[in-house]
Design a protein around this ligand. Structure first.
Ligand code: HGY
Ligand code: MN
Ligand code: MN
Length: 416
C-alpha cells in the first residue's frame, strides 16, 4: 500500500508537471512573469487554499502560504519556520530544480497534519520568484529584493532579450512594479528558513544516501563579455582585413576552460548572442555570458582575472573592442552552523547513520537569505547529478525520503 505521504507528493507532482513544459525539448520554460510562470503561481495558490493556508503575495511577487498566521504581521520576530523554494526554471530546465522543494514543502505539511503534530510556531511555505534569472539575467530576484540585496532602481533597469523591462513584464502579468523593495519586517519574522532542493551533483549518489544537508554555497557570478568588431562580407573580406569578434570570443571560451582547470574552479560560457547573426556576415558584435564559480573567493578572483586578461589580449590582436560587465554575483555562503547541526541531530535520531553534510556550487534563495535569516538546506539524491537539463531526475522513493526528512525537520523546529 502506498504511504499517504507518497500519494500527497505524487498528486501535486503530476498536477505541476505539465505546466511550462516544452513538448519538443521536454524541458521547462517557466520564465519570470510569463504565462508559464503565472500558471505555476496559480498552482501554488490553489495548493495553499486547498489546505486552508492563508495565501499572501508579498511586495516582490513572492508567494506565501501561512499556517498559524494570516500574514507575517501576525508573527513575533524570529517565530516563523518557513520552507519552500522556487518554481521558475532555466531554459529547458528539469522538473525538479525548484519545484521539488515547493511540492515537498506542501507534502511535508500534509505529513505533519497526518502525524497529528501540534504546531507551536507559525509555519509558511514560500515560492520565491525569478530564482534562475533566466529572463532578466540576475539570479534570485525575488529573494534579493526582499533581503535588500537588489535595489528597486536596479531591478527596474533589468531588461530581457527582447528589450522588455522587468517593470513592464510585471505589469503585463498583473503585478505592481512600483511596490517592489526590501521586506525587513517580513524576514525578521522568520526564525528558520529550510529549503529542500534536488542535489545538482552526485555526492549523495556516491555516498548512497537519499538525503543530505548543505554546508556551504560556493561564491559564483555571471559576467557579460561584449566583443565589438567590424561587420563585413564573409565571402569577400580578406582574413588580414577582418576585425572578427567571433575569434576573440572563441579564444576567450578556451581560455576560460584553462583558467578554471588551473584553479580547480568552474567556468562556463553557455549563452551567446551575435549581431547581425548571418551565416555570410562577419559579426559586428558577439556577446557572451560567463558563469564562473569556485570553492573560495581568491580562486574565483584568479579565474576571472585570468579570463579577462586572455580576452583583452586576444581582442587587441583581432582589432576588437572588449567590455566586461558583472551582471550577477553571490558571495560564499556558509550556512549557520547551529541550524545545520540541529537538522543533523533531528535527522540523525531516526536513521542508522548520520546524514551527510555537503557543499554545492549551485546558488539558491536560501543562500541569498542567509545573511539576514537563519537558513539551512536539505538535498535529495539525484542519481546522475544532471541538472539544468530535461534529463534531471530523482526517484520517487528518494523524493518521499526528502519529504519525510523535511517533515521531521519542521516537526523538530516548529512543533511542541
Ligand atoms: O545557477 C544556479 O546556481 C541556480 O540554479 N540558480
Ligand atoms: Mn537552478
Ligand atoms: Mn534551484
Amino acid at each position: 500500500m502506498t504511504p499517504p505521504v507518497a500519494n500527497s507528493f505524487h498528486e501535486m507532482w503530476e498536477e505541476l508537471r505539465p505546466l511550462g513544459r516544452d513538448s519538443s525539448s521536454g524541458g521547462y520554460r517557466r520564465f519570470a512573469w510569463t504565462g508559464a510562470d503565472g500558471d505555476c503561481r496559480a498552482w501554488f495558490r490553489a495548493q495553499a487554499e486547498a489546505r486552508g493556508l492563508a495565501y499572501e503575495l508579498d511586495r516582490n511577487g513572492n508567494q506565501w502560504a501561512w499556517l498559524g498566521a494570516t500574514t507575517y504581521r501576525d508573527v513575533a520576530p524570529g517565530e516563523a519556520v518557513v520552507t519552500g523554494s522556487h518554481l521558475d526554471s532555466v531554459p529547458d530546465g528539469g522538473a525538479f530544480d525548484g519545484p521539488l522543494g515547493v511540492v515537498s514543502s506542501f507534502a511535508a505539511l500534509d505529513e505533519l497534519r497526518r502525524r497529528g503534530a501540534e504546531f507551536g510556531r507559525p509555519l509558511a511555505v514560500v515560492n520565491f520568484g525569478d530564482e534562475e534569472g533566466a529572463r532578466f539575467g540576475l539570479a534570485c530576484v525575488g529573494s534579493r529584493l526582499a533581503a535588500g540585496a537588489l535595489t528597486p532602481e536596479a531591478a527596474h533597469r533589468l531588461r530581457d532579450g527582447d528589450g522588455v523591462t522587468l517593470p513592464q513584464a510585471m505589469e503585463r502579468a498583473g503585478y505592481d512594479p512600483e511596490a517592489i523593495g526590501p521586506d525587513p519586517e517580513r524576514l525578521a519574522a522568520i526564525g528558520a528558513f529550510v529549503e529542500l532542493h534536488v542535489e545538482q551533483g552526485r555526492a549523495l549518489d556516491l555516498s548512497g544516501d537519499p538525503v543530505g544537508i548543505a554546508s556551504a554555497i560556493w561564491p559564483h557570478g555571471r559576467w557579460r563579455f561584449d566583443f565589438r568588431g567590424e561587420a563585413n562580407h564573409a565571402g569577400t573580406t580578406r582574413l588580414e582585413d577582418r576585425r572578427d569578434p567571433m575569434l576573440s570570443y572563441a579564444a576567450t571560451v578556451l581560455a576560460a576552460r584553462e583558467q578554471a582547470r588551473l584553479a580547480g574552479a568552474l567556468a562556463t560560457f553557455g549563452k551567446i548572442s551575435v549581431e547581425p547573426n548571418g551565416v555570410n556576415a562577419i559579426p559586428s558584435l558577439v556577446r557572451g555570458w560567463l558563469d564562473a564559480r569556485a570553492a573560495g573567493q581568491d580562486s574565483l578572483d584568479t579565474v576571472i582575472t585570468g579570463i579577462e586578461q586572455a580576452a583583452a589580449e586576444r581582442a587587441a590582436r583581432d582589432g576588437v573592442e572588449l567590455s566586461v560587465v558583472r551582471e550577477s554575483f553571490t558571495p560564499v555562503v556558509e550556512f549557520q552552523h547551529a541550524l545545520r547541526d540541529e537538522l543533523g541531530a533531528i535527522l540523525g535520531k531516526e536513521r542508522e547513520r548520520p546524514v551527510p553534510v555537503l557543499g554545492t556550487g549551485a546558488g539558491h534563495d536560501a543562500g541569498i537569505l542567509s545573511g539576514t535569516v537563519p537558513t539551512a538546506m536539505l538535498f535529495v539524491r539525484n542519481p546522475t547529478g544532471v541538472s539544468h537539463s530535461p534529463a534531471e531526475a530523482a526517484t520517487e522513493d528518494d523524493c518521499v525520503a526528502g519529504v519525510t526528512a523535511l517533515a521531521d525537520v519542521l516537526e523538530g523546529l516548529a512543533c511542541r
